[in-house]
Design a protein around this ligand. Structure first.
Ligand SMILES: [Zn+2]
Length: 213
């Protein structure tokens, strides 16, 4: 009866392992959807993703980067940053994260309230941060981190990112975003004042767009 016992044991093991693997593929446990090298938090709204894909589809250089989009509590609407440890592993292993604010008490701009055209401008801007990081080595990425510690540094980085966005052909959408934040959003005055100081103004964006034609 040894063979029969072995057979039963084998069936038992197969049943148990299939039960375990069923638990692993349980949709509740699946955190990210994959679109090529892009990983998107499963809780990220489809309407946001549709807007994100408008600039993303244009930037073939960034489609080769490992980018993850996830929700998090932040002090801004969105942010793009390299994964610190991956930067130490060399350029080929670099990974990036785009974080989207899901803090309901945030007094700035909530992605949900932003009109599509402006949202596309914001996504294009975040992607340009990644293009900027991609053009830098470890020391250059550390320089960016250092610049973020002061307001003067922030102004430099954000204005540069805005010009990259215009050069990439998303000036019109960036203009909508900048003007929405300052004139139409429900953000508190303090936040608007900060935005006006650090980022390119709607008028400056229009002027820069003229220079690109
Ligand atoms: Zn930025």
């Amino acid at each position: 009866m040894v063979l029969r016992d072995l057979l039963l044991l084998l069936i038992g093991l197969l049943t148990a392992s299939s039960a375990i693997s069923q638990e692993i593929v349980n949709p509740k446990l699946k955190k990210y959807n994959k679109i090529g090298k892009l990983k998107v938090d499963t809780t990220f709204k489809q309407s946001y993703l549709d807007d994100f894909m408008v600039p993303y589809a244009e930037f073939s250089d960034l489609q080769n980067c490992r980018i993850k989009i996830k929700n998090k509590k932040l002090k801004t609407t969105m942010a793009a940053r390299p994964n610190f440890f991956s930067v130490l592993l060399g350029k080929k292993n670099r990974r990036y994260v785009i974080v989207v604010n899901n803090d309901k008490n945030f007094e700035g701009v909530h992605l949900n309230d932003v009109p599509n055209k402006a949202r596309i401008g914001l996504f294009a801007h975040e992607l340009m941060h990644i293009r900027d990081y991609e053009s830098r080595r470890l020391s250059g990425i550390m320089e960016r981190g250092y610049q973020y510690l002061s307001k003067q540094g922030k102004i430099k980085v954000e204005q540069h990112t805005d010009s990259l966005t215009i050069a990439a052909g998303f000036g019109q959408q960036l203009y909508h975003w900048a003007s929405y934040v300052l004139h139409d959003s429900d953000a508190c005055e303090e936040y608007k004042a900060f935005k006006a100081e650090v980022y390119m103004s709607p008028v400056t964006i229009l002027n820069q767009m003229e220079h690109h034609h």
